[in-house]
Design a protein. Structure first.
Ligand SMILES: N[C@@H](CCC(=O)N[C@@H](CS)C(=O)NCC(=O)O)C(=O)O
Length: 208
């Protein structure tokens, strides 16, 4: 069976989530660099893969998938890993995925984009996002007091998705010191077999 191909850019948090899930599941993948600066994500060839004109996308045989959360759930289902075991655990995984892209991801990614100079905004906008990120981090901190991972005591794709937000806090200049439970959980994720930082999981150019 041929390897799936991940489309993305190495600086993209959602692309990292898909790459990290593949790595943690021990699944090799081919990689296609999508040059966002050149507008490659809005060209007809790419829109035929991801109608939303965003990265990541995953092509697996005839299937063309997009939205990192959906890609994570697909991989969990396909490989029977990190998806939760019972119907309740699977539902809890989905709860975290919907929550993180509502309350956490944009509020970490946008201040990161401001700090890295990818997005122009004045300080009040930066403060608005980081305030909301801290609201999300407080929720995360409270939840992580109850179990080792987000859904029970085994890592799931919920951990991958949320890690793929929180791991950019430093670049967003969001201080994690008030969240010792979050920091301890990040260390647990970083010890999982197959774990890699984003710059190690995502190539900077096409890879077979
Ligand atoms: N909800 C999407 C968000 C993807 C996203 O925001 N991707 C960014 C790069 S990190 C992108 O493609 N931006 C270009 C655009 O939206 O036009 C997902 O999880 O896949």
């Amino acid at each position: 069976m041929s390897k799936p191909t991940l489309y993305g850019i190495w600086l993209s948090g959602p692309t990292y989530k898909a790459g990290l899930a593949l790595s943690l599941m021990g699944q090799p993948f081919a990689y296609k660099h999508v040059d966002l600066r050149a507008g490659a994500h809005k060209q007809p060839e790419y829109l035929a893969i991801n109608r939303f004109g965003q990265v990541p996308a995953l092509v697996d045989g005839d299937l063309k998938l997009c939205q990192s959360g959906s890609i994570l759930l697909y991989l969990a289902d396909k490989f029977g890993k990190m998806g939760g075991k019972t119907p309740e655990e699977k539902a809890r995984v989905r709860e975290w995925l919907f929550w993180e892209f509502d309350k956490l991801a944009p509020n970490v990614y946008r201040p990161r984009a401001i700090k890295r100079g990818f997005m122009k905004a004045d300080d009040s906008v930066y403060q608005l996002y980081t305030g909301l990120a801290n609201d999300g981090l407080k929720v995360l901190e409270a939840s992580l007091g109850k179990s080792a991972f987000l859904v029970g005591n085994e890592a799931t794709v919920a951990d991958v998705a949320v890690y793929g937000d929180v791991s950019y806090a430093g670049e967003a200049a969001i201080d994690l010191a008030p969240y010792p439970g979050v920091k301890a959980w990040m260390e647990r994720v970083e010890k999982l077999p197959g774990f890699k930082k984003y710059e190690d999981v995502l190539p900077k150019q096409d890879a077979a």
